[in-house]
Every structure is written in C-alpha cells, then in structure tokens.
Design a protein around this ligand. Structure first.
Ligand SMILES: [Zn+2]
Length: 300
C-alpha cells in the first residue's frame, strides 16, 4: 500500500497552489498542482520516499523499460542526442576523466559516451537491479542506487561531466540532489539536464504526460530558478529541437556568484493556460476520435 506525504513548492516554498489534475498515466491517481506564486508544477500530496523507492527498484522497468537490454545501441554514438547537443553548442569536453550518469537505466547514454571517450572512468547511480547488472557488466561503476543518499561525500570536485537525462522530474528533493551534483562537479565540469518541457506537452495529458513517477513539472522559468537555487547556471537552455520537440534541455556549470531566482505569477499564468487548454483539447470529441483512430492503426 502506498503512503502519502504533503509537500510545498521546491522553489519558493509557497503552499498556494492550483489543482491541475488527479489523473495520471496507467490510471494511477495523482495530485498535480501548480505553485500560484512561481508556476512550478509538482505532485502533492504524493507517495512518500519508501513508496517510490519500492516502485523504482521492483516495478518501474515493467512499466517503462520492457526490453531495456536489447534497446541499447552504441554503434553510432554520434547519433546520441546528448552527444549531438554538446557538439552543436561546441561544448563537448575534450577528454573528460570521470563521467557520472544519474538514473542511467541500463546505460544507453553512458555507454555511447564510453565510445567517444574510451579513457574516461564511468560511474552511475541507478536504482533498478536489472539495469545495475548491465552497467557493471559493461565496465560502469555503480556508486549508489539512490540519488538521495550521501554519494557526493568523498567525491567533491570529481566529475568532469554529469548526465541527468529525464531524471530531475522524478526526484523528491530536486534542490538537494542538484546541490550534491554542484559539490561533486569539477570547477570547470559540465552538467547536462533534459526534462519534459511542460510549456510544450504532447496531446493526451492525463493518459501520457502526467505520471505518478514525475513528481515535478518544469518549464524554462522553473528550471532556471532551481539551478540558481542550487549554485548552478545554464550556459545554454533550449526548448526542443529536431530530435525532440517536447523536451527542454540545458548544459550547466557551477555559478561563480550567487544567482537570484525570478518569481513571477505571469509564469504561473502561462503554465496554467498550457495545461488547461491541453486538458480541454483532449476532451474535444474530434480529438478523441483522432486518438482512437491513430491507436487502432498502431500510430499511437
Ligand atoms: Zn513556487
């Protein structure tokens, strides 16, 4: 049985919230709210840490990674989205010594990075037992099964590159984890983050986009704010590209001086409108028919 906990906004600590939806993917009930003060989306009340940890270590792969080992392809590392985005922005490090992939799954990204950086030491934090086995088999050292543990102690200033691909939106305490990352980055180290872009969601919000495992719903404003709160700053931040139009990604470094968060109710209004318009459109009979047809012919 899942246990629940109440949380406040992770950016501005406000408890003033707007209720968006109680329905998530796979018919798992959720409580998605938006902070009326700053526009951050989050679940509250949500499952507590034990409930989530059990879900990730035992059930997550059966929902989201049905054939995880077979899917890994490292024959064309230059086609990997992370590598392409670093290259396009001229930010690919020359010879990173230590690379950490947090929430690596079975290793799709870190094993592609291994191809282009054969001399780098590879590390991962990953809760799934099956994924851990595949990582270890391929020469990746699993330093922890839990990003909330004190994995950064003894690893301060160590990593030249840290990857957080579709992971930040799963955390229970994103600021705490980002501060651990900040502490464990080399002075000139880089962090890659990709999250779903909640200002550009896909259709069918309640059956696809809203998920019990997504505890936070970021956009370009809240992602920047949470970085600043954690002593980090974006070098580039981009809303989608030809590889994925619904993704928000950023390449980040340690900030040299404290940066302020920008709190604005206009950010809340913008996010609220996107979600409310999306929910209304999903209930439009023509849209429902279109989704059913696409599903029937196997296109959705
Ligand atoms: Zn807030």
């Amino acid at each position: 049985m899942q246990k629940f906990e109440e949380v406040e906004c992770a950016i501005c600590n406000s408890q003033s919230r707007f209720e968006v939806s109680k329905n998530g993917q796979h018919n798992i009930p959720i409580n998605l709210v938006l902070c009326k003060n700053c526009g951050l989306g989050y679940l509250s009340p949500r499952w507590n840490a034990d409930s989530y940890f059990n879900f990730y270590s035992k059930e997550y792969d059966s929902y989201y990674r049905p054939s995880l080992i077979e899917e890994i392809n490292t024959t064309n590392p230059e086609k990997n989205a992370i590598i392409q985005r670093f290259q396009k922005n001229n930010l690919l490090p020359e010879s990173p010594s230590d690379i950490l992939d947090i929430g690596s799954g079975a290793g799709e990204n870190i094993l592609n990075l291994k191809k282009i950086f054969p001399n780098a030491n590879l590390f991962a934090i990953e809760p799934s037992e099956d994924s851990q086995k595949n990582l270890i088999k391929n020469g990746v050292k699993v330093i922890s099964s839990d990003a909330n543990s004190n994995w950064e102690i003894g690893n301060e200033g160590k990593y030249s590159l840290i990857i957080l691909r579709h992971v930040l939106e799963h955390f229970l305490n994103p600021v705490e984890v980002l501060k651990k990352i900040q502490a464990s980055l080399k002075e000139e180290g880089l962090l890659y983050i990709a999250v779903p872009n909640n200002l550009r969601p896909t259709k069918n919000l309640e059956s696809k986009w809203f998920r019990v495992v997504h505890t936070y719903y970021f956009n370009k404003y809240s992602l920047k704010n949470i970085l600043h709160k954690s002593g980090l700053e974006a070098i580039i931040m981009q809303e989608g590209d030809e590889l994925n139009n619904h993704e928000l990604f950023t390449i980040v470094r340690k900030s040299k001086k404290p940066l302020e968060t920008k709190i604005s109710s206009a950010h809340f209004e913008e996010q609220r409108k996107v979600f409310m318009d999306g929910l209304k459109n999903d209930k439009n009979p023509i849209q429902i028919l279109k989704s059913r047809l696409l599903r029937a012919i196997g296109k959705s």
